[in-house]
Design a protein around this ligand. Structure first.
Ligand SMILES: [Zn+2]
Length: 82
């Protein structure tokens, strides 16, 4: 019997600019986070089938979703600065 399912993995891609959080009102460098949904077999992630990107507050995890185009733009901007 094959046990299959899916799971979500979270990865911090980079720190973005300082912003004031509209939830906890701390000023911090927000994080660009990618959540990837993986198709799993026997609990091993095999095939990624969906990625979502979020900008979140590092303290309270409050944030908002961005699309892939916006994420590419942020990644490009930050690599130019380095
Ligand atoms: Zn916050």
């Amino acid at each position: 019997m094959i046990i299959w399912g899916w799971r979500k993995l979270r990865k911090v891609l980079l720190d973005v600019d300082e912003m004031e959080c509209s939830n906890c009102h701390n000023i911090n460098r927000f994080k660009l986070i990618r959540y990837t949904s993986w198709f799993t077999i026997f609990f091993i992630p095999l095939i990624p089938f969906k990625s979502e990107y979020f900008i979140v507050c590092p303290i309270c995890e409050y944030g908002y979703k961005i699309d892939k185009i916006e994420k590419e733009r942020i990644m490009q901007d930050s690599s130019r600065l380095r």
